[in-house]
Design a protein around this ligand. Structure first.
Ligand code: BAL
Ligand code: ZN
Length: 884
């Protein structure tokens, strides 16, 4: 397979000014007629026009109405080359035939539950027609759809509906015109039997926008929350970024078969149904929160992605990092800022730090790819969002907003690069941080080591910083980069000290807020391999709160004592760092106990740790969702990443042991948390109601871990009487920790109750797949044959196989059976849906982190995959890079 490099970028030699598409949708085949007004960019000579296309049947090519001779046409598996094109503007018409009904890759035009729909990002448009399938080719699209009226009463595409009517033979048509130039990855078409929930939004300039969410008729009642989220997102973008919606219609369509979560096609977002459909009885608090976040995300793309798009796919983070940052901020404003930050950092550390430390490590802006689909990664998305967040941390909220305003002013309607974003941010603030751009080009998680000292006589507090960016594939050497280090100092009462000034090298920086209030968090700019910062006028020995709000995506190593960590857990005003203090203690405890476990020695949890958690649990002034987060131990994979050789069995035993110790020591407090936080009869997904529910359900899980009849009954009672799915699934999850009859009975009962609902049965699949009970590999193999599973549906694959890979003890089963199971599925799935198959290969990539036996077993499966004939480029890229 061919690797594509950023350094080889060349601007296109032909512009496509307008594109008229005609779709004649049929059951046997669909005819696509594409009429393009082409403007040659090169002067002189007659150059060939090379178009991308895959799995297309070419019917005809015309130039200015004249059929092009066969001698001028070359068709290969991936391209159509048209020789000696005119050097002046011309009209090109291409007719192709496709078979959407047989398209299981879910890229291009395909059918889902009998309806036609599309997915074109990144390179799916080439499965619809021959085209310059690249984001810097922007055109004005007009789309005519013709289809059987009974089978496909609803015909949708981007922009405004400008014409519709009846045709002969029971057919009808609709014509859509999108006034905004766009790349083809933002094209969308939907045709089928759908009904809509309609609403309106009046924009800040007084325009009324019609909002429509389309689903099969029976699902319309489940779209209420999605609609509320959409209106909230539209309002938020006006208020926070001054960005108004630009058309009179905004459509969302929910489809059950979708590779991604959702897609931001101009004015016609297409969503995976799991991110649209929700009711108290069919969705959990987490589902409601995800819907709010993703509805926001896709809507926000209208400006960050659609109005200003990417020059090439290497720049993906330009729109994704920025839009993830925007959706994170939106969700923070809708719920609890501290809790949202904790959740986002957890995800980053568990998934992205791990990717950054493995063979698939790549910069936020990758240098090369074989299949772009493989680069929709946590690095491009989540680390990319951290990079955007760092601009805001360095420039301040007002400075960041100035940068955003300038970015839109300069680049509206253009396809640009990450440099343009950076330049807008710096120019708007008349500043420059020379080492900041390295965040786009250097892979790997920087390690920031901080050592502190207090000089009582001089009343100074010094932080010595050392930074190192680890080697990653293809990048043996790294430069120091700018790490914003947010610091607060706590006095002996636990209050924030007022910070007056800091000395760094020869320069002195004075802190003061514009309104005269005191500064309690300072942002230090760490940009050298070694550097020292000295706070002046520090009246007593402080406890330092470092990297507040996780101000940079780094691994922080500090000399902070356990005593100081307990102090921060009790007092830090920065909610993230308060939680992080507990996590740091938890990680240390787990690592210590793992060593004991490996030596066969007795395990013990310090009283101080239990007491620290007890004081959080009984502190009624705290946000209950924060308390639930603070009670959660670091994940097994997080601890595995910190070990020289990961030992999933020992980590699992230790984590279970600590959970049971916490449960038995805090039994009374946990029981109180369960009893005093019942859900209201009328379900409400907002933070106010979600917070007590999350605390109650965390407490319940702890208690049930003790496997005592009275506590099991408590969960059974909740399972039977729950008035919402959150409580029901929480009870089911708690009960399914313990193997035995109760577990089997509730699982059977749950399936029986929900077997008609795919989204709910997917939770049932996932819960069993991620279970760490012994022998679960065989159980998951059986579930592959269960009627609830269907390998063609990505959600089901993610629920069963994706969830299975998250259970370290079973995926990494010593006998290699977990690896074999996943490889079997990958090879079967690759023939149907290479994108999803490649995602299932990713968990293998960390195989070198394990002992020799596991390494050999995982490597054997990777080699089995790479040596398979007819493998897709998608799977080949991940599997072969994992082996390097
Ligand atoms: N652009 C692909 C889906 C998303 O990130 O919104
Ligand atoms: Zn996105």
């Amino acid at each position: 397979p061919k690797e594509i490099f950023l350094k080889d970028y060349k601007a296109p030699s032909f512009a496509f000014e307008t594109l008229n598409l005609k779709f004649q949708l049929g059951e046997e085949h669909t005819v696509v007629t594409s009429s393009i007004h082409v403007i040659p960019k090169t002067t002189g000579g007659k150059s060939p026009l090379v178009l991308d296309g895959e799995n297309l049947k070419l019917v005809s090519v015309k130039i200015n109405g004249q059929k092009l001779g066969d001698d001028k046409i070359t068709v290969s598996a991936r391209h159509l080359t048209l020789a000696s094109m005119p050097s002046t503007p011309f009209d090109l018409e291409i007719v192709t035939e496709i078979e959407p009904q047989n398209n299981t890759s879910l890229e291009g035009l395909y059918k889902s539950s009998g309806n036609f729909c599309t997915q074109c990002e990144a390179e799916g448009f080439r499965k619809i027609t021959y085209y310059q399938d690249r984001p810097d080719v922007m055109s004005k699209f007009t789309t005519r759809i013709e289809a059987d009226q009974k089978l496909y009463p609803v015909l949708l595409s981007n922009g405004n509906l400008v014409d519709q009517g009846k045709l002969t033979d029971g057919k009808h048509y609709a014509v859509w015109e999108d006034p905004f130039r766009k790349p083809c990855y933002l094209f969308a078409l939907v045709a089928g039997q759908l009904l809509s929930r309609d609403d309106t939004f009046t924009t800040c300039s007084g325009r009324q926008v019609l909002l429509r969410i389309w689903t099969p008729a029976e699902d319309v009642p489940k779209t209420e929350y999605a609609m509320e989220s959409l209106k909230a997102a539209m309002k938020w973008d006006e208020e926070v970024f001054g960005l108004e919606y630009d058309l009179d219609l905004f459509n969302i369509v929910a489809v059950p078969d979708f590779n991604m979560g959702a897609m931001e096609n101009k004015s016609l977002n297409i969503f995976n149904s799991k991110l649209v459909l929700a009711s108290p009885q069919t969705a959990t608090d987490a589902d409601f929160a995800a819907i709010e976040g993703v509805i926001g995300h896709e809507y926000f793309h209208n400006w960050t992605g659609n109005r200003v798009t990417c020059r090439d796919w290497f720049q993906l983070s330009l729109k994704e990092g920025l839009t993830v940052f925007r959706d994170q901020e939106f969700s923070s404003d809708m719920g609890s800022r501290g809790v949202k930050r904790i959740a986002d950092v957890c995800r980053l550390r568990i998934s992205q730090f791990s990717q950054d430390a493995g063979p698939m490590a790549h910069p936020v802006r990758p240098h090369s790819y074989i299949k772009m689909d493989n680069f929709y990664t946590v690095t491009v998305y989540e680390k990319g969002a951290e990079v955007v967040r760092m601009y805001q941390t360095l420039l301040g909220k007002a400075g960041f907003r100035k940068g955003m305003d300038l970015y839109f002013k300069r680049h509206d309607g253009q396809a640009v690069t990450c440099e343009e974003f950076l330049a807008a941010m710096f120019d708007a603030n008349q500043t420059k941080f020379p080492t900041f751009p390295l965040w786009y080009s250097q892979a790997g998680t920087p390690v920031l080591t901080a050592t502190t000292s207090y000089n009582a006589e001089a009343q100074t507090f010094t932080i010595k910083c050392r930074q190192e960016v680890p080697q990653t594939p293809g990048q043996p050497e790294k430069e120091p980069m700018l790490l914003p280090l947010a610091v607060g100092l706590l006095d002996s009462k636990g209050h924030d000290m007022s910070l007056s000034s800091v000395k760094e090298g020869a320069s002195l920086h004075n802190f003061s807020n514009p309104d005269g209030s005191s500064v309690t968090t300072a942002v230090l700019r760490v940009d050298k391999a070694e550097q020292e910062f000295t706070f002046l006028d520090v009246k007593e020995k402080p406890v330092a709160s470092l990297l507040r709000n996780f101000s940079a995506p780094v691994r922080l190593v500090s000399d902070i004592s356990d005593k100081d960590l307990f102090f921060l857990l009790a007092h830090d005003s920065d909610q993230f760092n308060r939680w992080e203090a507990g996590q740091t203690l938890g990680r240390k405890l787990m690592l210590n106990l793992v060593t004991l476990q490996q030596k066969g020695e007795k395990l013990r949890v310090d009283d101080a740790f239990i007491e620290g958690l007890r004081s959080i649990l009984i502190d009624s002034s705290l946000d209950k969702e924060f308390v639930a987060k603070a009670l959660t131990l670091p994940g097994e994979s997080e601890v595995a990443d910190l070990m020289p050789i990961a030992d999933p069995d020992a980590i699992h035993e230790v984590r279970r042991f600590i959970i049971k110790q916490i449960a038995s020591n805090l039994r009374q407090e946990l029981l109180k948390a369960v009893k005093t936080n019942p859900s209201a009869e009328l379900y409400d997904p907002t933070h106010k109601h979600r917070a007590p529910r999350s605390l109650k359900n965390s407490a319940l899980a702890y208690l049930v871990s003790l496997d005592e009849p009275a506590l099991t009954d408590l969960a059974l009672h909740q399972y039977k009487t729950a008035s919402n799915l959150t409580d029901k699934v929480a009870a089911l999850a708690a009960l399914s920790q313990n193997p035995g009859e109760t577990r089997s009975d509730v699982l059977a009962n749950f399936y029986d109750q929900y077997k008609g609902d795919n989204l709910v049965t997917n939770k049932w699949l996932a819960l069993q797949a991620m279970s760490d009970i012994p022998g679960n590999v065989e159980q998951v193999r059986k579930l592959l044959e269960h009627p609830a599973f269907d390998i063609r549906n990505p959600n089901k694959v993610y629920s069963l196989i994706g969830a299975f890979c998250s259970s370290a003890v079973n995926f990494h089963a010593k006998d290699g059976s977990g690896y074999a199971l996943v490889a079997d599925v990958v090879l079967q799935l690759d023939k149907l849906n290479p994108q999803v198959a490649a995602r299932m290969v990713s968990p293998f990539s960390r195989w070198r982190r394990f002992d020799e036996g596991r390494q050999a077993a995982a490597k054997a499966q990777l080699e089995r995959i790479t040596s398979t004939n007819g493998l897709s480029d998608n799977v080949y890229e991940i599997a072969s890079k994992s082996l390097v």
